[in-house]
Design a protein around this ligand. Sequence first.
Ligand code: NDP
Ligand code: 8X3
Length: 249
Amino acid sequence: MTRTAFVTGASSGIGRATAVALAQSGFQLVVTGRRRERLEELAQQLTPTPVHILTFDVRDRAAVDAAVASLPAEFRDVDVLVNNAGGAHGLAPIQEGDPNDWDVMVDSNVKGLLNVSQAVLPGMKARRQGHIINIGSIAGHEVYANGNVYCASKAAVAALTKAMRIDLLPLHIRVAEVNPGAVETEFSEVRFKGDAARAAKVYEGFDPLKPEDIAEVIQFMVTRPANVHIAEVTIFAGAQGAATLIRRD
Ligand code: NDP
Ligand code: 8X3
């Protein structure tokens, strides 16, 4: 029987690459994001894999619930949930931080993950099977200058992943955390509010991770048999030794 993967934030970067990799492994897909045209383009690229598109903001709990409830019967049994949607907004010392950025990061990276998980979990619970991959970050395991609230939001993802793993154990649902280092995506453009030149500088002078590098690890994790649970993986770029320690030569 075809397995179903539900990937949030599939309109760009790591989520998009994960959808492609999971389609290659034979999954059918539910792909989500706010930019429908990007998701339609992805669905075209994935032909002939069956793809169902849901557009919602992960911060909007009612919209998340309505979108998941609207899934057609053939996509309702979600086997794998990849909680990937999110990102960083701003990079400033705490005393100069913009509270609107704080709201977006906490509401998306933490509460968004909870909203989507809560909407998808009843099906996994009823079937007593499921696999959830939460995209954390090295930033959730280290704190760097000016990273404050983004780092805190990803530290919350680390804690929630452990909590979910414990609470969902009796239900046969595996929960794992994937912590990327520096991956070249739209991440820095979003963080720097569209300043492409500043974003490009983040990846200058070294070979950063590509979204496909992370997708390949997720693909491996979710295709392990039920007796294997890879609980946590950190993936650095080859030139990276810590979140902000990067050899640029
Ligand atoms: P991108 O900006 O390229 O992709 C982010 C994705 O998340 C987009 O598809 C976007 O879709 C979606 N998204 C963001 N906010 C919302 C929202 N409120 N509601 C619905 N969808 C949303 O960045 P990445 O691929 O790099 O980021 C993916 C994840 O990886 C994030 O959680 C990020 O924190 C994490 N990460 C990234 C690293 C990096 O170096 N790139 C390193 C470590 C972790 P749309 O705009 O269409 O809604
Ligand atoms: C993204 C990686 O180190 O830029 O989460 O915060 S970092």
